[in-house]
Ligand binder design. Structure first.
Ligand SMILES: C[S@@+](CC[C@H](N)C(=O)[O-])C[C@H]1O[C@@H](n2cnc3c(N)ncnc32)[C@H](O)[C@@H]1O
Length: 252
């Protein structure tokens, strides 16, 4: 997979080729039949998709852009991004991926994602899929990417089980998530404002202990915390890192 203007890699041979064929077949099925996703967006969904990039603008400039770049240079092989939103990660993927698949269940977000992907990484596939039900065979995906998504999915444990299912041995989950603060004052406000924030921010829960949830779901983690400058205090800190299912630990 390569960015616009660069040579595409698509180097799948032997066992890899089998897995890719399997994934492409599964993907086609799910693209046309994701019963969990609404087929039409509501005005509120469209408004959220419209203001998403401007709302994040300062937080991107002051913190997140650099973190996205640091994280995503580790992506490799068949890479599946869950909850891709408007595609703010797209500019940061390295060239040389075998394939990039962008999964986004919200139709309003997906329309913007498709437009941006067409400009920035035209070889990427955009699919309608939720994190709890990924259209890939077991152990076929090399990298799953989740940025600011496990705060929003209805069932993060189910999503993480699903990620563990599709990851190939040695596969990795790359993540940036805002998480519950460890300081009592900040976590108090996160709990107090969780309801109104979720109503404003499309279901985002600002008080989720996502790092603990990833570990409880059977991943080993390499994680660091950072402030999310330019954003409200209730969505700090950010947790950034890599996680692997225990069964994959030790493999490359
Ligand atoms: C805060 S946005 C993050 C977008 C993007 N990943 C980014 O870094 O800017 C959360 C995204 O998760 C998506 N989402 C919500 N529920 C989801 C689910 N169950 N599975 C996958 N994505 C979901 C939303 O539609 C939205 O695009």
């Amino acid at each position: 997979m390569a960015r616009k203007g660069q040579a595409s890699k698509m180097a799948a041979t032997g066992d890899d080729a089998g897995a890719r064929r399997h994934y492409l077949a599964s993907m086609h099925t799910a693209t046309t039949a994701n019963a969990a996703s609404p087929s039409r967006s509501t005005p509120a969904d469209r408004f959220l998709a419209l203001i998403y990039d401007p709302f994040l603008w300062l937080g991107e400039r002051r913190a997140l852009q650099a973190r996205r770049g640091e994280l995503l240079k580790q992506a490799r092989g068949l890479t599946v991004e869950i909850g891709s939103g408007t595609g703010l990660n797209l500019a940061h993927y390295p060239s040389g991926l075998d394939q990039l698949v962008l999964a986004e269940p919200d139709p309003a977000m997906r329309r913007r994602l498709q437009r941006r992907a067409g400009r920035v990484v035209p070889q990427a596939s955009v699919i309608d899929a939720s994190a709890e039900q990924l259209p890939f065979a077991d152990e076929t995906v090399d990298t799953v990417v989740s940025t600011l998504v496990l705060c929003t999915v209805e069932a993060p444990e189910l999503a993480l089980q699903e990620i563990a299912r599709v990851l190939a041995p040695g596969g990795q989950l790359l993540f940036i998530e805002h998480v519950r603060a460890s300081t009592p004052a900040r976590s108090f406000w996160q709990d107090a404002l969780a309801g109104p924030w979720a109503a404003f921010a499309g279901g985002c829960r600002c008080n989720r202990p996502t790092v603990a949830t990833i570990a409880e779901c059977g991943f080993e983690l390499d994680v660091s915390e950072a402030p999310w400058r330019g954003m409200p205090g209730i969505v700090r800190p950010l947790a950034c890192g890599r996680a692997r299912p225990f069964r994959a630990a030790g493999a490359v």
